[in-house]
Design a protein around this ligand. Structure first.
Ligand code: FAD
Length: 301
């Protein structure tokens, strides 16, 4: 737990974040980040598509504090949407509201999001709102709801560690949802701390949305949860087109291909860009074994 807190704190360090941006993909981050630019990313998507794996593309970056940075991020995402369309690849967009101005001005953020969702809708491309920490949760949900009054290509994420997740999933039952365990450090007042509690809630939420929801993305590297879902969908005759499994780029790649080969819809979360630092530190926080990636890089140089 101490190591987890340490990496989460590192992930929030602005100074280290800027230094990382300046010096490019380092510390082994290249094995979990698809590229620094759109061309490299499209090439990675094509490789995954060749294995029958679709992608959700994330322009790395979060907790942006200036309008210039937020506007630049919006422009980058609009270019990605164009590239997805032009290249005809099987991919959609994942985004973080805090990258598009959530911490600066909610109306400004909403306008940025509107522009992105509108452009994506014109090409029939889905946009998923990643969920960040608790402080940003309600505003993000509100924006998803507001946008879905006009567009039907918007979905979001339910984080199983939150006590409120059951209420949220009922409310968002008619949405395409990604269900995850939750990646941020949250206090006991709002979130389960114990792995077993989180896992049990995760399973309950997945089952609920598979039975009652629109479309379920089960986002996990946990083989036990995946095995449970496989049994559950078979027992309840849930059609394969009602759900997909999702994993992060570079994680359990053999299992990714295997599940796709077995006929399950599979989608890989493809992060790209120069702003890899916070993302990479959160992956180390989740699984300190990922430190292997770092040590390998340091010692093979
Ligand atoms: P864990 O609880 O980390 O692992 C369970 C077990 O699985 C481990 O004990 C181990 O046996 C096995 N395992 C896990 N990883 C590996 C590995 N690499 N190799 C071998 N065995 C392994 N979080 C958010 O808060 N908001 C989001 O919007 C969000 N989006 C996400 C999108 C995707 C596609 C994914 C995959 C995750 C996302 N997350 C998000 C992160 C998520 O909340 C978890 O923090 C993260 O997925 C780790 O939990 P886990 O379910 O993979 O399993």
């Amino acid at each position: 737990m101490l190591l987890r807190d340490f990496f989460i704190q590192l992930s929030e360090n602005q100074l280290l974040n800027s230094a990382a941006k300046k010096y490019g993909l380092k510390l082994g981050a290249q094995s979990v980040v698809a590229g620094t630019n759109i061309e490299e990313t499209i090439a990675s998507i094509k490789e995954l598509n060749a294995h029958n794996i679709s992608c959700t593309v994330d322009n790395l970056g979060e907790f942006v504090s200036s309008k210039e940075e937020a506007t630049a991020a919006k422009e980058k995402i609009l270019t990605v949407i164009e590239a997805i369309h032009e290249n005809g690849v099987a991919a959609h967009i994942s985004l973080k509201p805090s990258q598009l101005g959530l911490d600066i001005d909610v109306d400004f953020c909403y306008d940025n999001l509107y522009e992105i969702v509108e452009k994506a809708a014109s090409y029939d491309i889905f946009v998923n709102f990643d969920m960040e920490d608790y402080g940003r949760l309600q505003t993000s949900f509100d924006m998803v709801e507001e946008l879905s009054k006009t567009f039907n290509n918007v979905g979001t994420v339910i984080q199983s560690y939150f006590y409120r997740a059951k209420d949220d999933i009922e409310k968002f039952k008619d949405y395409r949802l990604r269900i995850v365990k939750g990646a941020y450090k949250e206090p006991v007042e709002v979130a389960y701390q114990d792995k077993l509690d989180i896992d049990l809630n995760f399973i309950e939420l997945i089952e609920y949305h598979l039975l009652h929801g629109k479309f379920t993305s089960i986002a996990t590297h946990d083989h036990n949860i995946i095995a449970h879902v496989k049994r559950f969908v078979a027992d309840h005759n849930i059609p394969l087109d009602k759900f997909e499994f999702q994993m992060l780029y570079g994680f359990r790649t053999d299992m990714q291909k295997e599940l796709a080969k077995e006929g399950y819809n599979f989608c890989v979360y493809v992060p790209f860009g120069e702003d890899w630092y916070g993302y990479f530190m959160r992956r180390l926080a989740e699984r300190p074994q990922n430190l292997n990636l770092v040590t390998k890089q340091v010692f093979t140089k």
